[in-house]
Design a protein around this ligand. Structure first.
Ligand code: AMP
Length: 300
């Protein structure tokens, strides 16, 4: 039976008992966590599947975190579909023949569990969060880092799984874990896409029919820029890519489109081994983000 907790006190009793059990058994036991905001799709499920394969216990958290939404953003309309999410997780467990007793869902029913009254701490990871999404969504990454820290403190995992789709978020969490010495392994997971290449996202349901082609221009553009780097050396490809980006950015729907060093998220240097091509596109009802990684060839 998949265990579901909506109350922090109950979850914490379970979590303490799990520690006791692990101690009594005396055998190694790894705990994986998959933090999500729910409205699960195949992308989320791939993270859960991986955690179930790699760990003795998997904890999926489902929580729409108010702190990572700006005042004009879509917090109120963010899809909340807990019943369906639980069904999808149960189906995955059955289909992949995972042992259901290894899976725990923690879906707090109140913000108080995550942010008790007078909660006043903010985790802010400098250096990786000022550009790209950080620039257009001020405060967003502080909100993400703070909630992920809280969820780590509650679940106490050995490892955690994050999607490459939110690449800047993944890098930030890795840095936070390193800086704060949290001793949690952070694993990036490949982006799951639909048959046309659009990255799956809970926000795709807000794409209007007549905006579908525009939405697809996001992965198409990233792929086209990636091809430039595949074909030729960095020295030749980079100026071409920049020209292509400048052309695209004339369309104001693009919030950003950049080619950066995939480790520092800064302008690439002659030593950058892997680039990240990252884009964000604003549609009438939603915004989409995506990225592609590409290995760099040098002539020297
Ligand atoms: P969210 O519920 O949007 O906060 O996402 C929860 C986790 O799922 C994050 O680590 C995301 O990066 C990851 N994720 C979201 N979309 C995808 C996707 N299309 N493929 C793989 N992982 C994803």
């Amino acid at each position: 039976m998949v265990k579901i907790f909506k109350d922090l006190d109950q979850f914490e009793i379970y979590r303490r008992n799990l520690d006791l059990e692990i101690k009594l058994l005396g055998t190694p036991h790894s705990i994986g966590v998959v933090p999500t905001m729910g409205n699960l799709h195949i992308g989320h499920l791939s993270l859960i599947h991986k955690s179930l394969k790699d760990n003795d216990t998997t904890m999926v958290t489902i929580y729409v975190n108010p702190k990572q939404f700006g005042p004009k953003e879509d917090f109120a309309k963010y899809p909340r579909t807990l019943k369906d999410d639980i069904l999808k997780i149960k189906k995955l467990v059955k289909k992949q023949k995972h042992d259901s007793k290894n899976l725990i869902i923690y879906a707090p029913s109140t913000d108080q569990d995550i942010y008790p009254s007078r909660f006043s701490s903010v985790i802010s990871v400098k250096g990786l969060t000022e550009n790209l999404c950080g620039k257009v969504r001020p405060g967003h990454f502080d909100g993400v880092a703070t909630v992920v820290y809280r969820l780590f403190a509650i679940t106490k995992p050995d490892c955690a799984y994050f999607g490459q789709k939110d690449y800047q978020q993944y890098l930030m969490i890795k840095k936070m874990v390193h800086d704060l010495d949290l001793k949690i392994n952070i694993y990036p997971m490949p982006t799951k896409r639909d048959e046309n290449g659009l990255a799956l996202s809970s926000r795709n349901q807000f794409i209007k029919k007549d905006e579908r082609a525009k939405a697809l221009s996001l992965p198409k553009t990233l792929t086209a820029i990636k091809k430039i780097f595949k074909k030729q050396s960095f020295e030749k490809a980079y100026p071409k890519a920049i020209k292509e980006i400048q052309k695209k950015m004339k369309d104001k729907s693009w919030e950003y489109l950049e080619v950066l060093d995939s480790v520092t998220l800064k302008e690439p240097t002659q030593k950058t081994p892997i680039l990240v091509i990252a884009g964000a596109l604003k549609l009438s009802n939603t915004r989409l983000i995506d990225n592609k990684l590409v290995e760099v060839k040098y002539v020297h």
